[in-house]
Design a protein around this ligand. Structure first.
Ligand SMILES: Nc1ncnc2c1ncn2[C@@H]1O[C@H](COP(=O)(O)OP(=O)(O)O)[C@@H](O)[C@H]1O
Ligand SMILES: CC(=O)N[C@@H](CCC(=O)OP(=O)(O)O)C(=O)O
Length: 257
């Protein structure tokens, strides 16, 4: 039987606020056994870019990443956000190791080809290094993964954190029994975005398509669910979308194959 592995992905709004981040780190520290934390930080990058006079542009939930923006996201995700989380986990007795995709060649990607949109320095994941991540985890190390990858030719690339979590979960499902939890500031996928009591407890692909057609599910929730279905159909045992303070509770929206 495969050992269990829990992968938690936490989004930008939670990591940017001290109180919600601290709560998440407490809850993450309480998880027993093998685990990985994948973080975003999109909101922090947008704020710091703005302070530097760089305007942010998102298309389909993805950041248009020109050369200057790439410098900002590398500093913010690989530096500020990642190291704050690593230090916070170390303070809680978790042996966290911060990684971008370049570190130990953890995730290699290819610059997204220009079709309708030129996303600039955005990477599509090609390969997750299962042996390196597996070895680290089996040694008791807890990887903390930033939403950055590399192309193997010396270039960093910006990669959406939901995708990092989904692709890492899929790759590690070869050697672990993986549970993937997307946590954010809402209680799950909602029937009415403004009503926190309207959580959809479980969702199939067909229901997802219908909700998108009705406009119930939109924006950043669409790629999050696309990543979720991709993971559950590629051998990940469980995928859940839930509130960041509920990662250890049996709540939120469960993705059904
Ligand atoms: N039906 C829905 N239920 C919950 N959130 C939704 C829904 N439709 C759209 N959203 C939006 O999706 C957002 C989550 O996507 P995103 O901002 O990419 O998350 P993250 O911060 O985790 O990366 C929510 O903040 C919410 O505004
Ligand atoms: C290519 C791309 O869009 N990358 C994302 C990476 C950060 C991210 O995904 O952060 P959240 O989880 O907080 O949204 C971005 O720069 O916004």
């Amino acid at each position: 039987m495969k050992e269990k592995l829990v992968i938690i992905k936490v989004g930008g709004k939670v990591v940017e606020e001290e109180a919600t981040l601290n709560q998440l780190l407490n809850d993450f520290a309480a998880i027993q056994g093998n685990k990985i934390l994948v973080h975003g930080g999109g909101r922090s990058a947008t704020k710091i870019a703005s302070l530097l006079g760089i305007e942010s542009q998102m298309v389909n939930g993805r950041r248009i990443t020109d050369a200057e923006t790439l410098k900002v996201v590398t500093m913010v995700y690989g530096g500020l956000v990642n190291k704050n989380i690593v230090a916070g986990l170390q303070a809680r007795g978790v042996n966290a190791l911060g990684l971008t995709g370049a570190d130990m060649n953890a995730i290699r990607s290819v610059k997204r080809p220009v079709k309708d949109v030129d996303y600039g320095f955005v990477g599509d994941v090609e390969q997750v290094n299962v042996s390196i991540l597996g070895d680290l985890i089996k040694k008791g190390v807890v990887p903390v993964m930033a939403p950055l990858t590399h192309d193997g030719n010396g270039n960093m690339l910006n990669t959406n954190a939901d995708t990092i979590a989904g692709e890492t979960a899929k790759a590690l499902a070869d050697i672990f029994d993986v549970t993937l939890v997307y946590c954010f500031e809402k209680r799950g996928v909602l029937k009415d975005e403004n009503d926190d009591n309207s959580v959809i407890p479980q969702i199939t692909r067909a229901e997802f398509d219908a909700y998108v057609a009705q406009g119930v599910i939109q924006g950043g929730m669409i790629p999050k669910l696309e990543n979720s279905f991709s993971a559950i159909n590629a051998g990940v045992s469980q995928v859940v979308i839930t509130l960041s303070s509920a990662i250890n509770k049996n709540e939120g929206t469960k993705i059904i194959k």
